[in-house]
Design a protein around this ligand. Structure first.
Ligand SMILES: Nc1nc2c(ncn2[C@@H]2O[C@H](COP(=O)(O)OP(=O)(O)OP(=O)(O)O)[C@@H](O)[C@H]2O)c(=O)[nH]1
Ligand SMILES: [Zn+2]
Length: 195
């Protein structure tokens, strides 16, 4: 599904989700016929399709599309990759940053592909732990580097706007494979991302 300036949505899905949103808005006590809300079910249906487009994208294909043979075998880090996801328990946003590092093993990957795979996995109903592991495993299994590390720091709206209502807590998750399982390599990475 190409989402760009000329966004294209699946019309059948849009119609189905739109009809359901109309019911939800009604059930919540609003008037779906008032001016400001007339187009809201359709807008919300499109917004939700945008936010869950990751189900239709193939992260392995994205990575494989830009793998280049290179002898460079030091750590490569892309840090502060902003991410927006949806918590699968409340369908409320969680958002923050991902930091990714890998040590090549004959192949490097186009740098932009790392944020792209973050988006593929973030644009689904998620928990932060699984998001971290899916990014980690995808890079590890596809690029087969000497090591890979992923750290995600995020704030969860379901803990801020409702529930425990804690405005300043952030959640950090991490995963390490290969060389990053060694404490010195892991520490070098954490130092370089300022942790
Ligand atoms: N581990 C984990 N938990 C999450 C994530 N996003 C939301 N949650 C938690 O999912 C849990 C769901 O717990 P429940 O007790 O079933 O739901 P709830 O009654 O709405 O819980 P409260 O949020 O405490 O009001 C909550 O503790 C949320 O904080 C996530 O990414 N990872
Ligand atoms: Zn939640």
């Amino acid at each position: 599904m190409p989402y760009n300036k000329f966004e294209e949505y699946n019309m059948q899905v849009t119609d189905d989700v739109k009809a359901r949103y109309k019911h939800i808005i009604n059930d919540l006590g609003e008037d779906t016929q008032r001016e400001g809300l007339i187009k809201t079910p359709e807008r919300a249906a499109k917004a939700m399709q945008f936010l869950t487009q990751g189900y239709e994208q193939d992260p392995v294909e994205i990575l494989k599309g830009a793998m280049f043979k290179e002898s460079y075998n030091e750590m490569v880090i892309v840090k502060d990759i902003e991410l927006y996801s949806l918590c699968e328990h409340h369908i409320l946003p969680f958002f923050g940053k991902a930091h990714i590092a890998y040590i090549p093993n004959g192949y490097i990957v186009g740098l932009s592909k790392l944020p792209r795979i973050v988006d593929v996995f973030a644009r689904r109903l998620q928990v932060q732990e699984r998001l971290t592991e899916q990014i980690l495993d995808c890079i590890n299994d596809t690029l087969k580097p000497q090591g890979v590390a992923v750290v995600i720091e995020a704030a969860h709206m379901c803990m801020m706007m409702r529930g425990v209502q804690k405005q300043n807590s952030t959640t950090t998750t991490s995963g390490f494979r290969g060389q990053f399982e060694k404490i010195e390599t892991r520490n070098e990475f954490l130092k370089l991302i300022g942790k």
